[in-house]
Design a protein around this ligand. Structure first.
Ligand code: UD1
Ligand code: UDP
Length: 356
């Protein structure tokens, strides 16, 4: 079979790293990068570190409003699909690249496999919710990472298309978690200087559209400033200039602002952190895989299975709320693993083959 995979954003490269290796055993993959993420440390570094094949196409589309970005991708992806005539199109998650690829393929009557289907936050002001609801409803195969995703697939009357496969992020975490040690990591600061990882630290990431206004960001940084160990914060380019401004104004002493780190470095930082504070879907799960306590700064739950025994708690973008959640103790049941058996990539390929 000829399967076209469409990726564009950091978390999709990680999933692609594990799925592509399985896919290429028996099938031909045409890899399309929309260009949504394009800085070296948001894109090429993942291809290099994780040995992901070079994309057959890079559409070079990024930035602009949601509509601008999605519309340009729709046109370019349609052309690419008409030219390549794939048997299937495979998409991951809930970004604008996901939505554009799913819509283009659906209109061309190409079967679509949606990996990480069925996640619902029930919050339509969240741009990713719109992407995932639309993608699921035009997809042929809905591959769920967890049982609660399968439940949402059923609730929306899509049971016949749903298959539980597990989470390829868990496969990736298990495969790559010991490849880099903490002493090998050099954090790159904004002025280009590098420094090592402190013995004790919190790991913070924050990039959601919901958390990018100055008032919310300064509350989050205020909480970090009060934590009882340094806070490592690799800054997503969306927030870079705002963080530089806030740092100039407030002169934070407890925060280590760095350029985005590579994936191997990121999961090593998760594994060795005291606790994690984030608004990232990926980081929430990685904290769970590592048995590290996580505080998620969002108004909605993305991964309900992580929200037990204080392992992951929702906080408001408010200093007191974040610190209060961090003060709680978690309980870890090491037998509880709702994200599959670590072989999601194989189950994904099997599911596609069985649907042919
Ligand atoms: C996107 C996804 C989000 C995902 C995140 C992963 C959508 C709607 N959102 O959000 O679901 O969690 O990726 O990180 O698709 N930028 C750069 N360099 C880059 C990448 C982005 O400077 O390499 C800038 C862009 O110019 C843009 C801003 O960052 O102005 C935001 O990028 P965008 O891709 O629109 O959204 P993300 O916040 O990355
Ligand atoms: N990540 C990374 N470098 C960083 C920050 C995050 O490699 O500087 C990894 C992180 O470990 C996780 C993934 O990027 O696996 C999550 O991506 P992101 O938070 O951008 O997107 P989301 O998961 O929220 O869609």
């Amino acid at each position: 079979m000829k399967i076209m995979t469409v990726v564009g954003a950091r978390p999709q490269f990680i999933k692609e790293a594990v799925v592509s290796k399985q896919l290429r055993i028996k099938h031909t993959e045409i890899l399309v990068h929309t260009g949504q993420h394009y800085d070296y440390n948001m894109s090429d570094s993942f291809f290099d570190e994780l040995d992901i094949p070079k994309p057959d196409y890079n559409l070079g589309i990024s930035g602009g409003s949601h509509a601008e970005m999605t519309a340009k991708m729709l046109v370019a992806l349609e052309e690419t699909m008409i030219k390549e005539k794939p048997d299937w199109v495979c998409v991951y998650g809930d970004t604008n690249s996901t939505l554009a690829a799913a819509l283009s393929a659906a209109k061309l009557h190409i079967p679509i496999c949606h990996v990480e289907a069925g996640i619902r936050t029930h919050c339509l002001s969240n741009p990713e919710e719109i992407n995932r609801v639309c993608t699921d409803h035009v997809s042929t195969l809905l591959l769920a990472a967890t049982q609660s995703s399968m439940d949402d697939i059923k609730r929306e009357g899509l049971t016949d298309r749903g298959v539980f496969v597990g989470d390829p992020m868990f496969d990736a975490f298990e495969h790559y978690k010991n490849k880099v040690g903490r002493d090998e990591i050099k954090l790159t600061l904004f002025n280009g200087a590098t420094e090592g990882v402190p013995r004790e630290y919190y790991y913070l990431t924050c990039h959601r559209e919901e958390n990018t206004d100055n008032a919310k960001l300064s509350q989050i940084l205020d909480a970090a400033e009060k934590m009882d160990a340094p806070v490592i914060y690799p800054v997503h380019p969306r927030n870079r200039s705002k963080i530089i401004d806030l740092n100039q104004k407030n002169g934070y002493n407890n925060l280590i602002f760095t350029e985005p780190v590579g994936y191997l470095e990121s999961i090593c930082l998760v594994n060795n952190a005291k606790k994690i504070v984030t608004d990232s879907g990926g980081l929430q799960r990685e904290a769970f895989f590592a048995g590290k306590q996580c505080v998620t700064i969002l108004d909605f739950v993305c991964w309900p299975e992580t929200m037990i025994d204080n392992r992951n708690q929702l906080a408001k973008p408010d200093s007191d709320s974040i610190l209060e959640c961090l003060s709680k103790e978690q309980k870890v049941d090491s037998d509880y693993m709702p994200f599959g058996d670590g072989h999601a990539a194989e189950h994904i390929i099997n599911a596609i083959e069985e649907h042919c």
